[in-house]
Design a protein around this ligand. Structure first.
Ligand code: AMP
Ligand code: MG
Length: 421
């Protein structure tokens, strides 16, 4: 059976990222939050766009003030006022100054700003009380970047700072990677939708809504095929439909060794290549990973198929450990595809059978001293019990061969959400 690390490496090998050209779309800047740039962005403008003042004060010529001090202030004639947003109407010459405000354009002739706290206004004159450093408080044109500079690299995730940068450079239409399309289906004769009356023996499909939320959080587009019974012909038709419309297909259930577990056989019959059929991980051993050639002959990206086990804990754990990293790589994110692990002190003793790499769910918190603590979720850690998954944000990892980590010892914890202190 494959180790978790080998399975992860195999999956990364199979994933081809979306193509920065063929898989690119242009979207308005105000819809670009959380998307990934599919091309580098350059500015056509210098920034600052023109010499401007960093403070409220007076625009002056430094050479007029070389002998200026508190004891012998220099008087300058104030010849104009320049509020932010105005273009100066004249130049200043020897002995002159312009009243100026933060962000306003410097007039021709001025090279320095004297902040208003170092001045005294007397009618149309201003007394300068201190010799300014030449060029003080001037933000020169192009000082932060010049026209033609690269502002953001391809693959950058667009967030508030990037939106501000793009707006400043007047980039209002943004080239981003399209969202990957992920189709979900649940297999099982026993399954019903959450809104149907429950009959004896039935089980409510909790995996599909949970997986839909998880996939959406990655930025992919979710398509849902609903529940498909364990009848080979119907399942085969559904899987074929899913493959034809998706970059990635995720099914839950039907990948174990039971009499009704048809998924792997159907994947082979449909021409898929099975790369993984089981991983030494608990929960989630029966994991299927297959690929199909892309129906578009111009596209060398295979269609990925993940068959997650049906148990309601195995499905999300399998998603977090194996599917989410694959979706990150596929989406065009240039690095950091894998899960984040932190070392934490466990508050409880952690136990495993040692046969497979075991993931125990709980809460990771950041303490005031900057270290992490892991609190094991109470109750049963059975893969069929989803109730204590609520509020969790970490999975403690016990490697193969490890049967116990005593309380107060260090453990590696995989993050699966945000960590609050
Ligand atoms: P399977 O992987 O198909 O053998 O299913 C394993 C267990 O998970 C069985 O008890 C199923 O009833 C349950 N199960 C399968 N699919 C789902 C689902 N979509 N939602 C909740 N439980 C499920
Ligand atoms: Mg089943």
């Amino acid at each position: 059976m494959l180790s978790v690390q080998d399975a992860e490496a195999k999956i990364f090998q199979l994933v081809r990222p979306l193509h920065p050209e063929y898989d690119r779309e242009w979207i308005p800047l105000d819809q670009a939050c959380d998307r990934l740039l599919a091309a580098a962005v350059q500015s056509e403008l210098d920034f600052p766009y023109w010499d401007n003042s960093a403070m409220d004060g007076y625009a002056v010529r430094a050479e007029d003030l070389v002998r200026c001090s508190a004891e012998s202030p220099v008087a300058l004639e104030v010849v104009m006022e320049i509020p932010a947003g105005h273009s100066p109407t004249q130049s200043i010459t020897a002995g002159q100054a312009a009243r100026i405000f933060t962000g306003a354009m410097l007039p021709k002739g001025a090279d320095t700003i004297v902040i208003q706290e170092r001045t005294q206004r007397e009618g149309n004159r201003v007394l300068i009380l201190e010799r300014p450093e030449p060029k003080a408080w001037v933000r020169p044109k192009g000082d932060y970047y010049k026209a033609g500079s690269m502002l953001l690299q391809s693959g950058t995730r667009i967030n508030a700072p990037e939106i501000a940068i793009l707006a400043t450079a007047q980039c209002t239409s943004i080239p981003v990677y399209r969202r990957p399309i992920v189709t979900l289906l649940s297999t099982g004769n026993e399954l019903i939708q959450p809104d149907r009356p429950l009959q004896p023996g039935q089980i409510i499909d909790s995996n599909q809504p949970a997986l839909a939320a998880l996939v959406q959080q990655t930025g992919a587009t979710v398509k849902r095929l609903g529940i498909i019974p364990d009848r080979p012909a119907e399942l085969k038709a559904a899987i074929a439909t899913a493959i034809a419309q998706s970059d990635v297909v995720i099914s839950s259930g039907g990948v174990s060794v039971g009499d009704y577990d048809y998924v792997d056989k159907i994947l082979s019959e449909l021409g898929g290549t099975l790369h993984i059929q089981a991983v030494a991980v608990k929960p989630g051993k029966p994991l299927t990973v297959a690929t199909f050639p892309n129906p578009d002959p111009k596209c060398d990206q295979p269609i990925l198929y993940f068959g997650l086990p049906g148990n309601p804990v195995s499905a999300p754990v399998g998603f977090w450990r194996f599917v989410q990293p694959a979706l990150r790589k596929l989406s065009g994110q240039p690095h950091s595809w894998g899960p984040m692990f932190v070392r934490a002190k466990t508050r409880q003793t952690l136990k495993a059978d040692g046969k497979r790499e075991t993931y125990l769910w709980g809460q990771l918190s950041l303490k005031a001293d900057g270290t992490y603590e892991f609190d094991l979720a109470g109750g049963s850690h059975s893969s069929g019990n989803l109730i204590n998954l609520s509020h969790i944000n970490g999975l403690a990892v016990l490697n193969c061969g490890c049967t116990s980590i005593p309380a107060e010892e260090g453990v590696l914890v995989m993050q699966v959400g945000s960590v609050y202190s």
